[in-house]
Design a protein around this ligand. Sequence first.
Ligand code: ADP
Ligand code: XUL
Length: 531
Amino acid sequence: MPVPNLFLGLDSSTQSLSAVMIDPVKRQIIYEAAVNFDDVLPHYGTRNGTLPLDDPQVVHSPPLMWVEALDLLLQKMADDGAPLGEVAAISGSGQQHGSVYLNAAAPEALAGLSPERPLADQLRGIFSRPTSPIWMDSSTSVECEEIEAALGGKAATAEATGSAAFERFTGPQIRKFAKAEPGAFAQTEHIALVSSFMASVLAGRIAPIDSGDGAGMNLMDIRTRMWHSAALDAVFPNLGKKLPELSNPWKVVGPVLPMFGKKYGICEDALCVVWSGDNPNSVAGLGLVNPGMTAISLGTSDTFFGTMRDCHTDPNGEGHVFGSPTGDYMTLLCFKNGSLARERVKDRYALDWNGFSAALRRTPPGNGGKLMLPYFEPEIVPKVLTPGVRRFGGLDEPDASANCRAVVEAQMMSMRIHSRWMGEPPSEIYATGGASANPQILQIMADVFQCPVYRQESTNSAALGAALRAMHAWHRHTGEELLWDDAVCGFSDPLKESRIDPDSAAVPVYDELCAAYQSAEAEHKTGLKNG
Ligand code: ADP
Ligand code: XUL
């Protein structure tokens, strides 16, 4: 029997559950797989992983679907012959902010899971709320105002918890649920994040929330990384009783439940390491283990993030500070109109991704001044609660090529404008997420930011980061310190051949266009206020 020395990272994201397995000796990813929720679990009726609901501000997903996906993914891995018997530790990544509400039956049901029956059949009864509000939900503005008022305003909330109160953050979401459904809230004994919920299934016990993902709740003191008692009170009296403990990002939750060994052949000594959010995991996966490094993830959401040693929060209240897997901090901006907005444009003109890329190639940097405000969905940064797409500078709706360029340029310029609070502009960018496979999109990124852009071998930095965190924590657990620089070495190195250089002729073009874009954003905001 080979000595277990492989590490597995799982990523429960908006649209899929994926896996990355790494071999620390070969310093290689040895296996990758994914299951897409809409495709393999059509009976939940999701579209892009979320339930179709009438109100565009309310976005929920069924947590039982994530459980069922875990069975399917592990079965696929076993069928593919992935060496699950050699896995020493597993960790994971969850879409951030989403919350799962569990009743008093949950601990026993989790501990008693059997390999004989599907996980979903055994866990159907543990939810006090059948659906989970996720990060795309923007329906809690009232609760955000109430929380900020209780904590002394927007700036004070950001200073205390790392972020102003945001609609998708877990604290406001919990408050809305407690107010709207007091009966179901009373039945809720345990509140989990997507990350801690999935870890709970794997370990068969209520798992802690790590300080990286915990920072996305408006409930944690960003400096002490403990629950912030005034923030808890601002959400609901005695909320602390329903929350698990907070832990550091290298905490071992416990052994992986033996049933996963019996059912799928996972090594019986495998440890479950605390899961974290997809963005903190991506920090590890992209090797951003030293302050000052910057990445852009083009997943369902687009995120712009970097690492920082000392905590400083965004004075404009748009950005976030989370914990990073290294124990430092990370800065982050999240844009809801990411891949789904690009897809909306692609589909509107009946293009595939090749056609979309060809349109980007056909059009010049700056698009001849044609601009789009791409609010297909309510936007997080800048905050736009009523969706609506606006075209400026002579951009006509029927012009397919100009619209393809306009959506991508808008996204990149918005990142450039709203990331100024983080400090110096990036000197290089690491790109990840599904759309980072598209070189034409990355060329626009390089041109707008005027710095080189790199990709990695895997576009799934969140799952890779989870595997690296599993390895790091396993070493600590066995009494051996593993430096983060050593942990990521060989795994997170950018592909040299992926380097995309900026076109220096684009400097004045985007300086001018960014100013025009910023004015268009401001006008839109004023128009909404007045209208
Ligand atoms: P998440 O992890 O948030 O579920 P991913 O990082 O897997 O999302 O990204 C999925 C998205 O990647 C898809 O929704 C799709 O829009 C986008 N995508 C995939 N291939 C391409 C491509 N060649 N060009 C642009 N976007 C792409
Ligand atoms: C970050 C955010 C999203 C989710 C889903 O604040 O809301 O990036 O983590 O990917």
